[in-house]
Design a protein around this ligand. Structure first.
Ligand code: RIB
Ligand code: CA
Length: 311
């Protein structure tokens, strides 16, 4: 069983990733740290609580993370992609019971699963960076980190060059890349090929025992329509965040290379992630080499998505 502490900003693709993790027979979600990003931190907390309530998994702690980037600047949310509350047209019930744990709970979880815990971060890296600022020694007990972020050899999504999670707080990403050990980056060049079509969703909904049945169709269709306006002619929508879980559970799903990664933090190149892909790059392992996802096995991704979401 892979024990995972998730950092995220649900958000539609974050929410589908949470559903996937909850349904997966070999993944145990041991906590969710919510942060600002697609929506405000408080809305992200409500959305996570709603998903856990629907799954009857209120035993999983929700921990409140950052409300803005380390720079202190005001965050921009994305209702046009994720809906006014982050779940497309759905709003969590107003009488939802939300129990949020304090930030130090992260360190209790890392201690408890000493050496066994994978951290997956699918949002801005602010909360994860803060764990290193507050608990550097404890964080050494984490087995591995999977980050959805960055863009290599491909255009960005939030600017011509930058991916949204890294762009949102490049200083935080720099801290994480410097401090964390055993990092896998799942960047846009991988996740933008993780396309799921409405036909696949309808197929799953026919099979599904339906923990999330009434939620999946409306949030997916909202996300699909939003993406169609961004990328006309798109037949499917990229489930960026879900790929991190799928890659963790399926080691051969993504092809990787090891490189040092630099993050730009200012001006027109803010949020840009740079690695050296020149053919004459001679590989001598460096202390801070990051495992970077380069290519996704697309059919295997779709098949795995169908299998897990049909449980
Ligand atoms: O660039 C994709 C990332 O930005 C995903 O984490 C998505 O949820 C959005 O926040
Ligand atoms: Ca996200």
């Amino acid at each position: 069983m892979k024990k995972v502490l998730l950092f995220g900003d649900p958000g539609i693709d974050d929410s589908l990733a949470i559903m996937y993790a909850l349904l997966h027979p070999h993944i145990e979600l041991v906590g969710i740290v919510t942060g600002y990003g697609n929506v405000s931190r408080d809305q992200a907390t409500k959305n996570a609580a709603y998903l856990l309530q629907l799954a009857n998994r209120q035993d999983i702690p929700i921990i409140e993370g950052a409300i803005r980037p380390l720079s202190g600047e005001v965050n921009v949310y994305y209702p046009e992609i994720h809906g006014p509350s982050g779940l497309g047209p759905i709003r969590p019930p107003t009488n939802l019971q939300v129990k949020a744990y304090p930030f130090e709970t992260i360190f209790s979880i890392v201690d408890k699963y000493d050496g066994e815990l994978t951290i997956i971060d699918v949002g801005r890296s602010t909360s994860l960076a803060i764990t290193f600022l507050l608990g550097e020694t404890t964080m050494k007990k984490v087995k591995a980190y999977y980050l959805m972020g960055g863009a290599f050899l491909t255009p960005g999504n939030v600017t011509p060059l930058a991916e949204a999670n890294v762009y949102g707080d490049p200083t935080a990403t720099q801290i994480v890349l410097e401090q964390a050990q055993n990092i896998t980056m799942i960047p846009l060049n991988v996740t933008s090929h993780a396309l799921i079509t409405p036909t696949t969703i309808e197929y799953i909904l026919k099979q599904s025992k339906a923990t999330f049945e009434f939620l999946i169709r409306p949030i997916f269709l909202y996300y699909f329509e939003a993406y169609k306006t961004l990328i006309p002619g798109l037949k499917g929508v990229p489930l960026h965040d879900l790929v991190t879980f799928s890659a963790l559970a399926n080691p051969s799903l993504v092809e990787y290379v090891y490189r040092e990664v630099e993050v730009m933090d200012k001006g027109r190149t803010r949020g840009v992630t740079i690695a050296d892909f020149r053919p004459r790059y001679h590989k001598t392992p460096k202390r801070k080499d990051i495992r970077i996802g380069l290519n996704l096995h697309k059919d295997a991704f779709v098949q795995d998505f169908i299998t897990i979401m049909s449980y």
